[in-house]
Design a protein around this ligand. Structure first.
Ligand code: PLP
Length: 398
């Protein structure tokens, strides 16, 4: 029996742990860049399930690939090989230029693996247990204990301390604040090449190059969290490729499976040779045939459908329209971001604007209390941008 949305929402609040303040709609299906609630109401989607659904909803070839895999094999464990994992890893290696892939179930779990690899790398050198990690203020790396420990938002960390120790926070794009915290014990520097949750701030070319240099000099591992900014979002497959500053370890997730939960951490051969080895790390589900069939098809479709070309075409248009909007409204203070990962900083909390947008059939997401984040499916068109701007402007004026 199909219940009405209100009843569903009441039931949800009686069974689900209340860790989210959800919008009052029950989403039912999707088509292209639109989602539909249970009453059939259409929403233009500028969230993409938080930068996940890059290819747009109800993509026939993607759906067919998943259906075919379901009928063949869904799970095997990592005690055996499976073809989708091998195919997906080969493609990921090719587009990233990294050498070794470990598949996980989420972005946070990919960060856990990256942190473990860095700890092991340092431990193999001196056997010590007091290695330090430098992360960035305003960063976001996930909600598990290790990923949380390197997340630069005290509000998320505090109730759960002690987390893993020896983490220091530096200022993004301020190389002196990093250099002044490096010691003999520093084993890794972790950052998002473009910050997501923390407010859409891109790392500068100069900063990334300076980090690479000091990491090379001191044999410190440079870890890039590409969970949100990776997979084409910035107009490059991975955001670090904008400036050619290659990490030693990289994480990836969100758009990798386009909705089927899968993440990965990737290592250069040298890092892999001197870190995690047999027995050091594992996962039951990670890299299973169903999830990897999704990632494999996503990577194939990115190439076949020229997804990144579309990002490069539409992103400047989105930027132009957002900046025009800013020039018309004094309540907008700043534009940030690159590619289809942009944000507007408001003078006041953006919650009420986003709520009004939902009522008018537009899904938006914040990044912190006063920033609206624009992370649409990577297949959006100029006319979708125009429609979004039209609705957003009405919401601001109200
Ligand atoms: C979302 C996100 C994560 C965590 O990913 P989950 O799949 O939610 O665990 C980590 N890093 C960044 C940059 C993210 O945006």
């Amino acid at each position: 029996m199909k219940m009405d949305m209100k009843t569903y929402i009441e039931e949800a609040e009686s069974v689900l742990l209340h860790t989210y303040n959800r919008y009052q709609i029950v989403l039912d299906k999707g088509e292209g860049v639109h989602l539909y609630d249970q009453n059939g109401r259409e929403y233009l989607d500028f969230v993409a399930g938080i930068a996940v659904f890059a290819l747009g909803y109800h993509h026939k070839e993607y759906n067919d690939a998943l259906k075919a895999q379901i009928d063949k094999l869904i799970h095997t464990s990592n005690y055996y090989y499976n073809a989708p994992a091998i195919e997906a890893a080969k493609k990921l290696k090719k587009v990233s230029g990294m050498d070794r892939v470990f598949f996980t179930n989420s972005g946070a779990e990919a960060m856990e693996g990256a942190i473990k690899a860095a700890r092991k790398y340092a431990w193999l050198k001196d056997g010590a247990h007091d290695h330090e990690i430098i992360a960035m203020e305003h960063s976001f790396h996930g909600r598990t204990m290790g990923a949380l420990a390197v997340t630069g938002n005290p509000k998320y960390r505090e109730p759960f301390e002690p987390l893993i120790g020896n983490v220091k926070f530096a200022k993004l794009n301020d190389i002196d604040s990093v250099l002044s915290q490096i010691t003999e014990k520093t084993c890794a520097i972790i950052l998002e090449p473009v910050q997501g949750e923390g407010g859409l701030t891109p790392a500068t070319e100069e900063f990334l190059k300076a980090l690479r240099k000091v990491c090379d000099e001191k044999d410190i591992l440079l870890i890039f969290d590409e969970v949100q900014c990776g997979m084409g979002r910035t107009g490059y497959m991975f955001a670090w490729q904008r400036f050619g500053v290659k990490p030693d370890i990289m994480t990836c997730a969100k758009a990798l499976g386009c909705g089927v939960p899968i993440g990965a951490f990737l290592l250069t051969e040298k890092t892999a040779q001197h870190s995690l080895t047999s027995g050091d790390h594992g996962t039951t589900y990670g890299g299973n045939p169903l999830a990897c069939a999704a990632a494999d098809k996503v990577l194939e479709l990115f190439e076949k459908e020229h997804v990144i070309d579309n990002v490069r075409r539409v992103a400047p248009y989105l930027e132009k329209r957002l900046k025009e909007l800013m020039s018309r409204h004094a309540c907008i203070l700043e534009h940030r971001g690159v590619g289809l990962m942009q944000g507007l900083v408001f003078r006041q909390p953006v919650g009420p604007i986003i709520n009004r947008a939902v009522e008018k059939g537009l899904l938006l997401i914040n990044a912190g209390p006063d920033i609206i984040r624009f992370v649409p499916p990577l297949v959006i068109r100029e006319e979708d941008v125009d429609r979004m701007i039209g609705i957003l402007e009405e919401c601001i004026e109200e």
